[in-house]
Design a binder for this molecule. Structure first.
Ligand code: FAD
Length: 395
């Protein structure tokens, strides 16, 4: 027997649950199907377990999308202040960190509980551990979904299956396959918000720096720049600045790292030269950067020289390296540790107001499965909420 619903949503993650509650409140009968054991698993592990659920300053400039105007409508109609209001209505306490990032005080579970409560109040049915076997279209009747030995039918089908990052959490290419099944274009995908890995010779030189974190300003080959912390790891480079720049990095491209952001390195060196001309380069740089980093960056015979033994050209070279350390990294850690997937269902195939396919009536894509990725800082969840609401008001 086929069970009838108005809307079937595949994916009980951030976007799917938000969409489900929105559509349910409109009086639509909604079924959410997910193959996982738990709803909102990525939310649960996000933000170090505290979920950076949004950002106080959200704009189209915080997103990567091959059609940069696409995100404007949904973000404007569901701003972060609306989600903050929802969080407050549920009595969830939160705090603000650097760059407007908002985190739960206690646990990311508060956000999942809030979404499940909203779905419950809106009369949404959620079916977990549901393996989707086939999806087909039945003329005017809509879509038939065969899942877990059951058959479901609905006028609207919403794909909210997320991206490829963290396969051990159940990420699958399912959403892209559905898009292709219905003739929608899928843009090439790659890991985003992801740490970089060393080449083998870099690893020999820099592996011992693992655990060191310094302020930095990192610039990608296309000029995109982020000023945040840089973290050395056993495998390569991580920290917020690296995760941000990874979204704009292509294999083979160099990144440029300013290790003394907002400071004039040459002026600093000249100043110490005036005051302590016999001070070694090592001790001088050691005032501004961790000693182990200084030793890895420069040769010992240069570090042991007094500042007045270095020519002006040499000091200029040292300053240039501190302000623009050029590195060509081996690659990224890939989907295993990436926070997002860049690329995905081409937004040119979708309505920016409703997320509905332009070609296939009743078929919608929301959240990370689309070619929309945000910066680090709560922007990816804000896209999940905003695209979920835009769709939920229409599907
Ligand atoms: P998801 O939340 O991934 O949900 C997709 C759902 O679809 C899942 O429940 C999955 O089980 C289900 N699914 C997948 N395939 C199938 C299938 N074949 N059949 C049935 N169901 C399926 N973003 C932020 O803004 N702030 C953060 O603090 C943050 N921290 C993060 C930390 C980590 C470690 C990771 C990996 C990501 C983080 N993100 C963060 C990104 C954010 O989690 C995602 O962008 C967001 O969850 C995307 O929402 P979504 O609903 O599109 O997909």
């Amino acid at each position: 027997m086929t069970q009838q619903f108005d809307v079937i949503i595949i994916g009980a993650g951030a976007a799917g649950l938000m969409c489900a509650a929105t559509a349910g409140y409109r009086g639509r009968s909604v079924l959410v199907l997910d193959n996982a054991k738990k709803a909102g698993r990525k939310i649960l592990i996000s933000g170090g377990g505290r979920c950076n659920f949004t950002n106080t300053q959200v704009g189209p400039e915080n997103y990567l999308c091959s059609n940069p105007h696409f995100v404007k409508s949904a973000l404007a109609r569901y701003p972060s202040s609306d989600f903050i209001e929802l969080v407050e209505r549920h009595g969830i306490s939160y705090h603000q960190r650097d760059h407007g990032q908002l985190f739960c005080d206690d646990s990311a579970k508060d956000i999942v509980d809030m979404l499940l409560t909203e779905c419950d109040w809106a009369g949404v049915s959620i079916q977990l551990r549901s393996e989707i076997h086939t999806i087909s279209q039945n003329g005017e009747q809509g879509f038939i979904v065969q899942a877990g030995g059951h058959s479901y039918q609905a006028e609207s089908l919403v794909i909210a299956t997320g991206g490829l990052s963290m396969p051990k959490l159940g990420a699958t290419p399912f959403g892209y396959q559905v898009a292709e099944q219905f003739g929608l274009k899928v843009l090439p995908t790659r890991a985003g918000l992801v740490p970089f890995t060393w080449h083998s010779e870099q690893k020999q030189r820099f592996e011992a720096l693992s655990g060191i974190a310094v302020p930095s300003c990192i610039t990608a080959a296309n000029g995109k720049q982020f000023s945040e912390a840089l973290l050395f790891t056993h495998r390569g480079l991580s920290g917020p600045a690296i995760l941000q720049i990874s979204n704009y990095w292509l294999p083979g491209e160099a990144i440029s790292i300013d290790l003394l952001p907002k400071q004039d390195a040459l002026a600093l060196l000249e100043q110490v030269l005036q005051q302590h001309p016999k001070q070694s380069l090592k001790n001088t740089l050691g005032q501004w950067l961790p000693k182990r980093l200084v030793e890895a960056l420069f040769e010992e015979n240069q570090l042991s020289k007094a500042l007045n033994q270095l020519g002006h050209g040499e000091r200029e070279q040292i300053a240039a390296k501190l302000k623009g350390w050029q590195l060509v990294m081996n690659g990224t850690e890939g989907y295993r540790t990436a926070e997002v997937t860049l690329g995905g269902v081409d937004t040119n195939e979708l309505s920016s107001k409703t997320m509905q396919s332009n070609k296939v009536k009743g078929l919608y894509f929301i959240g990370e499965v689309m070619d929309v990725s945000g910066w680090l800082g709560g922007f990816n969840f804000q896209w999940a909420w905003a695209s979920g609401v835009a769709c939920g008001q229409d599907c």
